[in-house]
Ligand binder design. Sequence first.
Ligand code: BYC
Length: 331
Amino acid sequence: MYAQGLLGGAEAAEENEEFLAAFQARIDAEEKIEPKDPMPAAYRKTLIRQIGQHAHSEIVGMLPEGNWITRAPSLRRKAALLAKVQDEGGHGLYLYSAAETLGVSRDQMTEELLSGKAKYSSIFNYPTLTWADIGAIGWLVDGAAIMNQVPLCRCSFGPYARAMIRVCKEESFHQRQGYEIMLTLARGSDAQKEMAQDALNRWWWPSLMMFGPSDADSEHSDQSVKWKIKRFTNDALRQKFVDATVPQGEFLGLTFPDPDLKWNEERGAYDFGPIDWDEFWRVVKGHGRMNVDRIKDRKKAWDDGKWVRDAALAHAEKRRQRKDAAKTAAE
Ligand code: BYC
């Protein structure tokens, strides 16, 4: 249910041909759509879905890395990882706020996550088994996130586009800290190099899956590209990621777990092997190794934090009452 006060009457606009054409013309002219502007209900719904799921991914994404904060191998590594995980929390908050401008509440989005109705990125349903996984996540997962999110800085919906600018700057730092961990391990002892290779073996394919189903199976891409919510299709971004990342892996002296990966001179791009879409859908539908734990941890955090939310609301209400009383007294 949308909070009508936020809509500026937009929801009431009749979605006739003229309205839809005028809206599309604004999109085609690269105008930003702002929260109180009239917009088709389906545009609003798509954004609430995507931004909400993006926010959930940032927050759930804190869990696999948070698992390593106390075990990071030095004070410098601990401080950097702690800062990174805090950044992800901040990204989640900007994104929840951007979604709220569309009239959905944070409580409602959280309920949808906990009930399994709203998705979050498949990548966070894999376990972080060794310290090298923290390097691989920074390098590959944040690398994939940057590839996906830089175009979102030009998304047609203003609050989402603006939130993405800061998010991308921070993701860029995250990607570098991850790559630097991989570089240190790859240049270390045989055991360290082996650990880095093992992490690449386990994270490579799930990172490619982050971009979503292939274009032929992507339910929302066509409309989202037309509305300039998405600027590139899932396959186009996946290819850009492969092309940017393979030379980085070669510099590390590591091998990608894909015998079909090779440079295609004619296309000017890397060919790569088939993605296991059965695995992708299994994980998305809740049957990955960590799905149950991730939702259990989120539910515990949400339940444990209830008294903080209640106290903040009670405090805000008291302040409002005090302000009203002072105003009445002054009249
Ligand atoms: N995992 O029609 P499609 C991060 C779903 S966090 C799970 O192509 P769309 C980070 C999709 O939602 C990274 N589900 O959808 C944080 C849809 O289902 P629904 C998160 C997926 O929306 C901490 C169905 O499959 N980034 O960076 O056009 C540490 C059909 O797909 C996935 C974002 O969220 C998946 N991988 O395109 C480090 C970016 N892929 O909703 C890093 C914003 C697809 O109909 N989101 N599905 O039930 C997007 O750009 C787009 O939503 C997607 C999917 C490209 C992900």
